[in-house]
Design a protein around this ligand. Structure first.
Ligand SMILES: [Zn+2]
Length: 86
């Protein structure tokens, strides 16, 4: 049976990671709007997934780079939990 876990790896720049995002020095207004649009899209995608019975799991690029095994374990744990619930 499907666990319906959707995994995203959010890039630190494109998804405006609170730890690493640094706004480009040029075209500040463009990048600020771009960052807000990306965030709004992420939230909309999450809401659509949840409405369809999925669990969106968003992982930061920096977490994958730092410890991919820990990220994989977290995903596996969530999938196991979800499989038990269903
Ligand atoms: Zn980051």
């Amino acid at each position: 049976m499907s666990s319906k876990v959707a995994v995203f790896v959010d890039g630190c720049f494109w998804h405006a990671c609170p730890v690493h995002y640094q706004a480009p020095k040029t075209r500040a207004e463009f990048w600020n709007e771009k960052r807000q649009r990306n965030r709004a899209r992420d939230e909309a995608v999450n809401a659509q997934l949840i409405a369809r019975g999925w669990i969106p799991l968003r992982v930061w690029e920096h977490d994958v780079k730092a410890d991919v095994e820990a990220v994989a374990c977290h995903i596996a744990e969530l999938v196991r939990e979800r499989s038990r619930e269903r």
